[in-house]
Design a protein around this ligand. Structure first.
Ligand code: SF4
Length: 187
C-alpha cells in the first residue's frame, strides 16, 4: 500500500495526468474474503483520490471465485460507488439502529430497496428515529424517518414534506415524493 501511494505522489510530482487503473488479485478461497481484500486495497486508495478505475482479478484454479464473474462485477461497481468514484446505482444511508428505532430497519430497507434500486445516483436515508435521524442523514436527497410507533416522516433533503404518515403506506408515499421531485424513472 505504501509503495502504491508513493507511486501516486511521484505521478503527481511529475504532473502525469494519465488515468490510473488499480489492479488487485486475490488468492483467498472464498468470495467474502476476496471482497474484503478488494475493498481494503482499492477502496482505501480511491477514498484518498488515488486511482480512476478498477480491475479485480483472482488466481486461476480457485473454483470459489472463478465462476463468480457477475458478483465480481457487482463488487467492483460497489467499491466505485462507495468511494464516490462512479455512481451507478441508488445510494442508501441507514442508521445502525438502537433502542430508539421505531421500525424493523432491515425489513423496511429491503422494501425500499426493492422499489427504488434502479434510481441511479439518488441518495435515500432510512433512519430509525426522528430524535437523531435527521441530523445523521448526511447529504441524502430523501429521508424516511421513524417519527412514532407506526408513523414515518418523509424528508426532501433536510425539509419535512410529509409528517407522520402511516407506516403501512409510507413506502408508496416515498415513491410518490420521488415522483413529485422528478427523482423517479420507470424501470
Ligand atoms: S437514528 Fe435514532 S434509531 Fe437510528 S441509531 Fe440513531 S438514535 Fe438510534
Amino acid at each position: 500500500m505504501q509503495s502504491v501511494r508513493r507511486l501516486f505522489v511521484e505521478l503527481n510530482d511529475k504532473e502525469v495526468q494519465n488515468p490510473v487503473v488499480l489492479i488487485t488479485d486475490s488468492s483467498h478461497d472464498g468470495m467474502d474474503e476476496a471482497l474484503v481484500h478488494y475493498a481494503v486495497e482499492t477502496g482505501a486508495l480511491l477514498l484518498d483520490g488515488f486511482g480512476d478505475g478498477l480491475c479485480l482479478g483472482y488466481h486461476y484454479g480457485n473454483p470459489a471465485i472463478a465462476t463468480e464473474h457477475g458478483r465480481m462485477n457487482n463488487i467492483a461497481f460497489g467499491i466505485l460507488q462507495a468511494t464516490r468514484t462512479r455512481i451507478s446505482k441508488t445510494e442508501y444511508i441507514s442508521c445502525p439502529s438502537c433502542g430508539r428505532t421505531l421500525f424493523d430497519l432491515q425489513e423496511t430497507t429491503a422494501k425500499i430497496r426493492a422499489v427504488t434500486n434502479h434510481l441511479k445516483g439518488v441518495k435515500i436515508a432510512i433512519m430509525g428515529c426522528i430524535v437523531n435521524g435527521p441530523g445523521e442523514m448526511a447529504d441524502a436527497d430523501f429521508g424516511y424517518v421513524g417519527s412514532g410507533p407506526g408513523k414515518i416522516t418523509l424528508y426532501k433533503g433536510k425539509e419535512i414534506i410529509r409528517r407522520n404518515v402511516n407506516s403501512d403506506v409510507a413506502v408508496e408515499e416515498l415513491v410518490s415524493l420521488l415522483k413529485e421531485y422528478n427523482a423517479w424513472v420507470e424501470q
